[in-house]
Design a protein around this ligand. Structure first.
Ligand SMILES: [Zn+2]
Length: 146
């Protein structure tokens, strides 16, 4: 799970990611996987397509899936099979932050959560909530005050 979040948010220089996760892949492959994860978040169809592509690529290298305590698992050394398993298992809780100025992929703690937990995004969410409230109730609120 964390590997997918880290890869989805990795900068164009992936050297820290590679060292931290001991991933033996080129910078170009990793930035391509980053784009694929982000595209996979756009719709269930895009996600299914990405999972199929990652899994096909993995299977061709001789990788297999297995179960650990009832949970589907992949060889942790095989990036594409790990991406396939994590996205198949956790797609529902992985989101792109709805703050247009943020661009972070995060794990939701509630199904309705739309913003990541950075302070700027919490403030943005509060402002957006107030703006919507005023748009919906402002006229009546002002009229009632007269
Ligand atoms: Zn955010």
């Amino acid at each position: 799970m964390q590997l997918v979040l880290d890869l989805a948010n990795v900068s164009d220089d992936t050297s820290y990611f590679r060292k931290h996760w001991l991933v033996d892949a080129t910078n170009q492959t990793l930035t391509q996987r980053r784009a694929e994860i982000r595209r996979a978040l756009e719709s269930p169809e895009a996600c299914a397509e990405a999972i199929s592509r990652w899994w096909t690529c993995s299977f061709a290298r001789g990788s297999f899936l297995y179960f650990v305590r009832g949970q589907l698992a992949a060889n942790p050394g095989d990036l594409e099979s790990a991406l396939a398993v994590v996205m198949a298992t956790f797609r529902d809780v992985i989101s792109l932050c709805a703050n247009p100025g943020c661009d972070v992929v995060f794990r939701r703690s509630r199904s309705t959560q739309r913003f990541c937990d950075k302070a700027a995004c919490t403030h943005y969410a509060a402002r957006e909530h107030k703006r919507k409230w005023w748009k919906k109730h402002g006229k009546k609120w002002r009229a009632d005050r007269r």
